[in-house]
Design a protein around this ligand. Sequence first.
Ligand code: ZN
Length: 612
Amino acid sequence: MLRCRTYINPFVNWIENGRRWRCNICGVLNDVPSAYFCHLDEQGRRRDADTRPEISEAVVEYIAPAEYMVRPPQPPAYFFVIDVSLQAVQSGVLARVAEGIKSGLVDLTGDDRTMVGFITYDNSVHYYVLRGGSSGPQMLVVSDLANLFVPAPEDLFVNLADSRDVVHNFLDSLPDMFSKNQVRDSCLGPALKAAFTVSKQVGGKMCVFQSAMPNLGDGTLQFRENPRIMGTQEEYQILRPGNMWYKDTALEFSKAQICVDMFLFPFHYIDAASLGELPRRTAGQLYSYPSFDATTDGPKFVSELRRTLTRETAFEAVMRVRCTKGFKINHFYGNFHIRGTDLLALPNCTSDSVFGFEIQHDEHNVNNSVLTVQSALLYTSSEGQRRIRVHTQALAVSNSQQEIMETADAETITCLVSKRALEISLSNSIDTARTKIQQTCIDILRSAKGGGGYGGAGYPSQQQQEEKEIPASLKLLPLYTLALIKNVAFRGGNDVHPDERVQARMRMACMYVPDCRYFVYPRMLSIHDMDGSAGRPAAEGVEVKPSTVAGKLKVVLPKAVNLSGERLLASCVFLVDSGVDMFLWVGSAAGEEVFNSLFGVNSIEGCSSAEV
Ligand SMILES: [Zn+2]
């Protein structure tokens, strides 16, 4: 007999006056234990539904019983692996890294069990003994990369509360310790191995800061940049990892519950495609700051690092998504490693994690009127509690093509199409991916106009189709489609740097719907004609559209206008925001008054871009 594995939820069917319930996912009939029994009301709803979150709320969290633990819940743990070679020091990266970590450590979530550790590296690996009570950290240098010596982990991976002073001293002195470093080499692989050996018993988050292409020991990468193949059928070769070491290492890390967030500061080709395998398969993120400038890029980097450290983080997590019988989930998108057929291994899962999936129906005729999707995330909270967070969503199922098209969401479609196209460009070519993006849009619009592609009786004639309007819900799909094809991730031509392409791809793979919309089709805010309300918090009690305000204070944004070349008149000033970067576009003939109020100068000639 089948055992039902569904978590009880608001959408199950109660029968026999509440003695049994039919599962809305697997269809099995379950007995209600007598302790849980409650009578039903006239609508067939349990009378106690409003007092029980698990049958009235779509999101609930359970404290997991002991059988959901293979070991005691881990403490929150952060390990930092820092490149201190010449490039990292001279560019100011190292100073900003120390500053960012220090600022993040002050506001970490979690309790006093939190652990931290540090390794730095250039042509050798440097360990730091951070015993509490000592005046400063003790540094151990290991140059034999082939037979890497690792000191006792308990001195290197320490309790933050016990060692806070020595950790702060270490971070304050770190930039000076290497200020005269002339070593250009980078042994990232051995440094990662050392960090793994130290932290594998605990797990947690590993932040890696890399400025040059690794050239010593395991994980050495080759210079593969070749402008001639960018934009051609052959480009997929450099989008794929050139070295399996990072993928293999990532799987080892995933098993040990270690998630890698990787921060790259490339001044030349760094092979982000190979390095990116680490965050991709350990549920981490890749950040990249090309030609890092400590003054202009520093604040963005520090704030992204701070967010990485201080946001809500679930440790040693796994997630499974189930859906109603007759449907199946046929593909997952995002950063994770799949264990078995459908268990997503997530050493970390954060409030910024995004996973996409596609649902397919198994049978040609679907009888259900509702499709239920339930995800269960089993994780350890930063307070050390093993929990299960369950999301349940019920979606209406329809056989009417018109109904489906009218309720379709152009932004969600674009987000999912982009994720699918990323995979096509890797397995096939970017050219094929662009064709697929375009074809998907054409198929959807044709379908929205009543064409099924099958011809024959029952479908409107070609003329009827041409006259039929596209539903409002899909009006912007052609625009998003064209914008997606022009995005750095998919654009043709050879003006895109391979690392830039990889970074855009990595971002897009984990983007949620509104972020993806702006990344694909940036918003353009009109600056030259802002009215008095712009830049101030919205008036209290006034209903505002979320897209017209920003931040907790709901600061009113300047008016958004269509992103089109025709709008870029010489007399105008626009702020273009992709959610990742912002560009200020200043027309050469923008009025003196505009220049004066924005930049304090009379014309563009007197304007320093660094000061802006
Ligand atoms: Zn079930």
